[in-house]
Design a protein around this ligand. Structure first.
Ligand code: S3P
Length: 435
């Protein structure tokens, strides 16, 4: 087992020019390349465990994949090939759910599986609406969990689906099924991250968004290939944003991050709490891209209950900001946290309590009372990359070291996390210990 040993720091700061690339966009680059008949090119593709899973699945489906230095080239097959073995998604929920959508509308037999965490995350949210339009999908516990087996059918019926959860993965799975089959209309309670809509539009898909409804038409010809530079990931950057916000005199600049409004809500919350946050937009192709500057400011407690899907991935790190804010902060309307890479309500609250913080689980969120400093502690990642990195940040203002057990998971999204943490002035070590 690997573990992180993290000490406090008086201040942190500097410029992060090579933050990890955006995970959501990288998954989509790999998967959407199969919708074209010409090679897609992407600079700065995220080479982390999760996104490399998507890339190797694309390869197993017949694409030719190669890196030339920084640049990824994916040459799609003329038709998706039936793989001779199951497709391994590892820890990547985005890979599994988007491939379920795409493959349910392709000729052939496909089986998908993941690690012990992913195989216990709900798949019914994508499987049920796909079955309603005729998809043939089976899996564990009546197709609620992976392993999942799909007998693809290019003739799925058109859908008019009102999702009960705001989830970009559910939305993207339906859109991918519709684009190959007979189109459809999708709507969700609150807009979730919209990379799929933006990227497919850039590829020339017939996709329209109006009054919260997304209409996707069947593609009548292969789409244009992608040619882009993947921006950096604001969700990965947010660990350092919290680090700067809680550590006196800190000044941090995150370079070339996507400033897509569905992705930077957490930074706005941090600003509302008292940190100094500026967005400097530099380009706007199909995603606005620019720099984010975050400086220390005394934090006050806050309540969060709307636009939750815009900051869902950032809530574990946000909980650390809450632990140092004056007053009691509360998140509700975030039951989705229970079905992420871990039950993030339980993991975050349990770990905070170990650090001596007054924290309480709510059915759909948590409540945290802020304090000056937290105690050193041994905490667990629960196999969840975002929990591991959040507690590495909490250590910056801890009396004593914080040790984060089971830290291998950091590599699923952020292979250079430790390097950047150190470059900003943090003291972090990784050890391998026997279980
Ligand atoms: C993602 C969507 C979100 C997010 C996940 C990545 C995506 O999940 O939590 O990390 O790339 O579509 P949900 O769609 O389940 O909310």
């Amino acid at each position: 087992m690997k573990r992180l040993i993290v000490a406090s720091a008086k201040t942190i700061g500097g410029e992060v020019a090579a933050l990890s690339s955006d995970k959501s966009i990288s998954h989509r680059v790999a998967i959407f390349s199969l919708l074209s008949d010409r090679p897609s090119i992407a600079a700065n593709f995220l080479r982390a465990e999760d996104t490399l899973r998507s890339l190797s699945i694309v390869e197993r489906l017949g694409a030719k994949v190669g890196f030339s230095g920084e640049t990824l080239r994916i040459e799609p097959p003329s038709a998706i090939e039936e793989p001779s073995d199951y497709l391994e998604c590892g820890n990547a929920g985005t890979a599994m759910r988007l491939f379920i959508g795409l493959l349910s509308s392709q000729s052939g037999f496909f089986a998908l599986s993941g690690d012990k965490y992913l195989n216990n995350r709900p798949m019914k949210r994508v499987v049920a609406p796909l079955k309603e339009i005729g998809a043939s999908i089976d899996g564990r516990k009546e197709a609620s969990y992976a392993p999942i087996a799909i007998r693809g059918n290019p003739n799925l019926a058109s859908f008019d689906y009102e999702s009960l959860v705001s989830s970009a993965q559910v939305k993207s799975a339906l859109i991918l099924a519709g684009i190959n089959a007979n189109g459809g209309i999708f709507c969700e309670p609150e807009l979730s991250r919209d990379h799929t809509e933006r990227m497919l539009k850039a590829m020339g898909a017939d996709i329209h968004v109006q009054n919260g409804k997304i209409a996707i038409a069947k593609k009548t010809a292969p789409l244009k290939p992608l040619n882009l530079r993947v921006p950096c990931d604001p969700s990965s950057g947010f660990f350092f944003a919290v680090a700067a916000a809680i550590t006196p005199r800190s000044d941090l600049l995150l370079k070339n991050v996507t400033l897509n409004p569905t992705r930077i809500e957490a930074y706005k919350v941090l600003r509302d709490m008292g940190a100094k946050v500026e967005f400097i937009e530099k380009e706007n192709d199909f995603e606005p891209i620019g720099d984010i500057r975050v400086r220390y400011g005394e934090l006050n407690a806050i309540e969060i209950n709307k636009n939750v899907s815009w900051l869902i991935d950032e809530l574990p790190a946000m909980a650390i900001a809450f632990a140092f804010a004056r007053g009691v902060s509360r998140v509700t309307n975030a039951a989705e946290l229970r079905v992420k890479e871990s039950d993030r309500i339980k993991s975050v609250v349990g770990n905070l309590i170990k650090c001596g913080v007054l924290a309480k689980e709510l059915p759909d969120g948590f409540e945290i009372a802020g304090q000056e400093r937290v105690g050193g502690a041994i905490v667990d990642s629960f196999g969840d990359h975002r929990v591991a990195m959040s507690f590495a940040v909490a250590a910056l203002r801890a009396d004593g070291e914080i040790i984060v057990n089971d830290s291998e998971c950091v590599a699923t999204s952020f292979p250079n996390f430790l390097e950047i943490y150190r470059s900003l002035g943090g003291a972090i070590e990784e050890q391998t210990v026997e279980n």
